[in-house]
Ligand binder design. Sequence first.
Ligand SMILES: Nc1ncnc2c1ncn2[C@@H]1O[C@H](COP(=O)(O)OP(=O)(O)OP(=O)(O)O)[C@@H](O)[C@H]1O
Ligand SMILES: [Mg+2]
Length: 362
Amino acid sequence: MGEVIVHLENLKKHFGDVVAVDDMNLEVEEGEFVTLLGPSGCGKTTTLRMIAGLEMPTSGSVYLEGQDVTYTAPERRPVNMVFQAYALFPHMTIAENIAFGPMIKKWPKDEIEQGVEEMLRIVRLEGYGTRKPDQLSGGQAQRVALARAMINRPKVLLLDEPLGALDLKLRKAMQLELRGIHERLGVTFVYVTHDQEEAMVMSDRIVLMNEGEIVQIGSPTEIYNSPKTEFASRFIGEANLLHGEIRGVTENHVEVEVDGLVLFAPVRPSLSPGQKSIVSIRPERVTLFASKDEIPATWQNVFQGTVESTIFVGPIARYHIRLSNGQLLLVERATTDGVLSYHPSDQMFVGWESTSNVVLAA
Ligand SMILES: Nc1ncnc2c1ncn2[C@@H]1O[C@H](COP(=O)(O)OP(=O)(O)OP(=O)(O)O)[C@@H](O)[C@H]1O
Ligand SMILES: [Mg+2]
């Protein structure tokens, strides 16, 4: 890693009145697995197609390996794209499907054979070369589609929701498979999905997009633990979003008043009293206590509440806690010590550390 291989500079794409991609700036390093993540219509495919050269930007530039390729034809760019609808040639064997690109480019025969063998090994389909596409499972067929793109030895592989057509179980297996392929190949992957869990599982970095713009760029843990906006906080994982106003800023913490309750959060330079703000708190950061004495003395966020519902979901249980100010709080606890049983009338306490609170602009 280190060298920038894909560089998008002030990239824009308009379709008539629709702004599909708005002033996008992004650098991807060699060997990285970067995922464009965002809701339907946010501009992911359009961005990928501009990198591939299949779509001409309205303005801005695309650089690959330091070269301005904005006006370079797709086939002359060191990239290959894998689509969701990967359509293998049904009358050709798996090996012939994979060999298709190199055949057209008239590679020497033994080089093609070697390449096909190598690709079958990388996607773990050794011995499948003589089969026809209709003799493969969905996951195997998708791996052939990958091999067909990878044999051209692109510097960058562009993948647009390649697992979209697979059922959930196969999808999860293929996510790990793809990560393995990425490691074995050492090629840069720019991946597109609207599935936040898929992005978290696979990516070195996530580029979170909304309405044609980049909302936040960071590793999965960075974006999950330090979302910069309400959108980021909502889109990745689950969060309690408490609307309030900053009441005080001291050397050690920020106090945010939410409907009569005061929450404590870490200090940040941009925060000052009077600002409307949202406190984002992940459900698994909150602990339940039967009595106040059990709560660690250093925990500053301690509130009384009642349990409105308990939902058992295997490894975790979800609790809806009604706080004394009427606010509903989602809490998730591991079920390793059992599921806590409360009656709706039971008073109990919730508590969490101030570092679990992320204060966002309202
Ligand atoms: N050829 C086109 N002509 C007109 N509008 C287009 C065209 N292609 C895309 N758009 C519009 O540009 C916006 C971005 O589309 P894009 O396909 O990039 O979204 P996406 O993030 O890939 O969405 P999805 O997750 O649904 O695939 C959308 O509003 C879409 O309707
Ligand atoms: Mg798309």
